[in-house]
Design a protein around this ligand. Structure first.
Ligand code: SAM
Length: 492
């Protein structure tokens, strides 16, 4: 089994079933914050215009439900005395509110994270001021107040919303609660080396090797080596180069700082809420082993593409994906559990993106892909996709053909879980072919039917101009060092 694993699923279940006791060196988690927002991915078109297509990536709105109550009971009964006391005290104070629902959901996950952390391990819980005070009490109850190391303030370089209109102070920081499992833990203090020949003002030689990076705005730039480039490297330049369009994506430089300080090469890094995979990409680059978990196929697909775009095709042999359907039976089960996740997963098999809740849904399209013809001004062409997990009939093929004609798309693809009938194949064949403008002799079926079984066996859309995986999100740049951070780290 490869050293690195990407899991699709609920992290509580994955941690309990797959991650052994005391097996992880470093955990970074960036859970939804309970800020009552639904995070949408809004896509840009290939030509740069905003398409308005958007789909919900995840939601951080929490409500007290039967499931939450069950989790609360379970954790109070089995999570340990201090956790039970903390949770009951919260419930007395908060009642069955959304905040209580959030804490009841976080508590069992934090208990599991404590279990899987090695005795020398560290955990960074990234949160915002909405819930950080409650989470700190919960972390004290689970890890022990004596295992609290630092509250690191990450100053957000930009502030969303209306800075000048808000009748309040600007909210511009997140909080990282840093705890360890014991008093013995890895910490490679990031230092900016002094410049050669540096002496203190009284002429004496410095005793240390350099200045802590988080303290560099207190020092004179000339005191430290140019290679350390302290001030520039911690100031915000831009993070847009690595932005993939996933909401709440964190900058690689932030994760690079945490992973280099709190783990060594070969160590295991775990991110149980890994979103578009910032932690796993940085862990890979720094020679750590990694485990990523996310509950949406949108995130898992994006991570797969990000890893491949960053490290090349070779990376696929270095990690395993667990939790995704690998056969028709698994795909059928996913379709029964959650049709939306099935659609996301099926579209990911051909590198297409979900058409979203905007124009796509109105047009009767589930997914889209774009490509460019290699000659004749490289016009942008569209492929429209329809995904069916239930019974299919020739009427679906006719409808898709109508959509292709109406939208002037090049090709229409019907992805189906069920085997298509002969009549459906005939209907598809009667739609004829699409030919590229630069070479009318080339012909590709205008309507293509692909079964899940065929896709799992490696078949793809018959169109040579597709660059697999480029349509879902912006591409990650090929393995490069992060340019800069969007925030400064300040130890409090
Ligand atoms: C704030 S985002 C993380 C962003 C990430 N740090 C990055 O740089 O892309 C939170 C992620 O947690 C995932 N998530 C929410 N609940 C989850 C659960 N129970 N198990 C696993 N993942 C979950 C969401 O799908 C979302 O991608």
């Amino acid at each position: 089994m490869p050293d690195n694993v990407l899991y699709y699923g609920d992290n509580l279940d994955i941690l309990r079933r797959h991650v052994a006791d005391e097996s992880v060196d470093l955990i970074y988690l960036d859970p939804p914050f309970n800020s009552n927002q639904a995070y949408n991915v809004i896509f840009a078109e290939e030509n740069g215009s905003g398409s308005g297509a958007q789909i919900q990536a995840f939601d951080d709105t929490w409500h007290w439900t039967m499931e939450t109550a069950e989790l609360f009971h379970q954790t109070v009964e089995t999570g340990g005395v201090r956790v039970a006391e903390a949770l009951c005290a919260f419930r007395n104070m908060l009642g069955d509110t959304d905040m209580m629902a959030y804490l009841a959901n976080m508590a069992p996950r934090l208990v599991e994270l404590h279990r899987v952390l090695k005795p020398t391990g560290s955990i960074y819980l990234h949160c915002d001021p909405t819930a950080s005070h409650y989470l700190k009490v919960l972390m004290d109850a689970i890890f022990g107040a004596e295992r609290f190391q630092r509250e690191v303030i990450w100053r957000i370089g930009w502030v969303s919303g209306f800075k000048t209109q808000a009748r309040n102070w600007i909210r511009n920081h997140d909080v990282l609660l840093f705890y360890t499992r014991s008093s013995e833990f890895t910490f490679n203090k990031p230092l900016i080396p002094y410049r050669e020949g540096y002496t203190r003002r009284d002429g004496s030689k410095p005793t240390g090797k350099g200045i802590p990076v988080e303290d560099t705005w207190n020092c004179h730039p000339e005191d430290v080596s140019p290679s350390g480039a302290p001030l520039d490297s911690i100031m915000i330049k831009s993070f847009s180069g690595e932005k993939l369009g996933y909401p709440t994506q964190k900058p690689e430089a932030l994760l690079e700082r945490i992973i280099s300080a709190s783990s060594n090469e070969g160590d295991v890094v775990l991110d149980p809420f890994c979103g578009c995979g910032t932690t796993v990409v940085v862990a890979q680059r720094l020679g750590r082993r990694w485990i990523g978990i996310d509950i949406t196929h949108l995130a898992v697909n994006l991570m797969k593409f990000r890893l491949r775009d960053t490290f090349g095709e070779e990376i696929t042999a270095q990690y395993e994906v667990i939790g995704e359907p690998t056969d028709v039976a698994g795909a059928t089960e996913l379709a029964h559990q959650d049709r939306y996740q099935f659609e996301l997963w099926a579209l990911g098999l051909v590198g297409a993106r979900h058409a979203g809740t905007g124009r796509g849904a109105d047009r009767g399209i589930d997914g889209v892909l774009h490509f460019h013809e290699p000659a004749g001004g490289s016009p942008t062409r569209e492929i429209v996709l329809s995904v069916k997990s239930g019974h299919v009939t020739p009427a679906y093929v006719r409808d898709l053909r109508g959509v292709v004609e109406r939208e002037e798309a090049a090709i229409g693809v019907l992805i189906t879980l069920e085997e298509p009938s002969q009549k459906m194949r005939e209907e598809a064949a009667s739609a004829g072919f699409w030919s590229p403008a630069h070479n009318p002799e080339l012909r590709f079926p205008r309507i293509q039917i692909l079964t899940i079984e065929e896709l799992l066996a490696g078949r793809g859309i018959d169109c040579p101009y597709l660059r697999h995986g480029t349509a879902t999100f912006r591409r990650a740049p090929r393995d490069r060092r992060p340019e800069a951070e969007t925030g400064k780290l300040i130890e409090e």
